[in-house]
Design a protein around this ligand. Structure first.
Ligand SMILES: [Zn+2]
Ligand SMILES: [Zn+2]
Length: 262
């Protein structure tokens, strides 16, 4: 599980769950994302801008803009993050969208994404009590077991890994993926996906869908369908608990020093 950091070869390095300035809360132009990614050795970016910021016409402009900002060095792949009325925190990512879709429910998302998207992810299960609606469990391609924004850059989410195990018991092809949930590329939280095959002609999303990748982060490397032992999971729970405690204490201290007594 140990790794020497995020730079590792061979294979092809990418990132997923990235917001650009096309999202209301995203900072980066597609061009800036391209250039920063190139500097970091990232070959493809799985964009997931907020669907609620789009119409069909704007999505078409976005697709064209992604294509225009891509180069032989970095591929910017158009995709969207969907939320659903009455289901706060349940966000589903559709990567590599060939056409616009506007699903109102998770069931519609799963059905439409099958036609339109090349890879789907259930984002940050921590915001949804680590449970997924049955229809999502039956149709999703991957679960975000490490969201570098909500789970920090340091460690994956043990409860999301347990959720993945439950889903894999019925659908072994479902994988666990590390997403950045990045809104500002200056703050690189350093989770990456590494395609196992370096072959340039291969479609990165097809490789992800086939599970031919590993997740890389600052502290650890995690296979796409790595069956973490109960012991390793127990450790992760424990370390997470202590680590989150340290973060909470730091937050409290920072607020105290700022004179903000929340
Ligand atoms: Zn989200
Ligand atoms: Zn997001």
């Amino acid at each position: 599980m140990a790794s020497e950091g995020v730079a590792r070869g061979p294979g092809r390095l990418g990132v997923v769950h990235v917001h650009s300035g096309w999202s209301h809360d995203g900072k980066d132009t597609l061009e800036a994302l391209h250039d920063l990614s190139r500097g970091r050795g990232i070959r493809f970016v799985g964009l997931t801008d907020h669907a609620e910021d789009f119409t069909e016409a704007r999505f078409r402009e976005y697709q064209a803009a992604c294509q225009k900002a891509s180069s032989e060095h970095v591929q910017l792949i158009a995709g969207l993050e969907y939320r659903f009325a009455g289901l706060k925190g349940l966000h589903l990512l559709a990567l590599g969208m060939a056409a616009w879709m506007n699903p109102a429910t998770p069931a519609e998302f799963i059905a439409e994404a099958r036609r339109v998207a090349r890879f789907t992810i259930a984002a940050h299960p921590i915001l949804y009590r680590h449970e997924l609606p049955e229809v999502v469990e039956q149709g999703i391609d991957a679960i975000e077991i490490w969201n570098a924004s909500y789970n920090t850059r340091w460690l994956p989410d043990p409860r999301a890994i347990e959720l993945l195990k439950r889903v894999q018991a019925k659908r072994p092809e479902v994988t666990g993926i590390a997403g950045l949930d990045q809104h500002d590329a200056k703050n690189d939280r350093e989770t990456r996906v590494l395609l196992l095959k370096a072959d340039e002609s291969l479609d990165p999303l097809a490789e992800l869908k086939a599970g031919r990748y590993v997740n890389l982060g600052r502290t650890m490397e995690l296979g796409a369908s790595e069956a973490m032992s109960p012991t390793a999971l127990g450790m992760l729970h424990l370390v997470r608990w202590g680590f989150d405690g340290v973060e909470r204490t730091q937050d409290k201290l920072t607020r105290l020093l700022r004179g903000d007594p929340r």
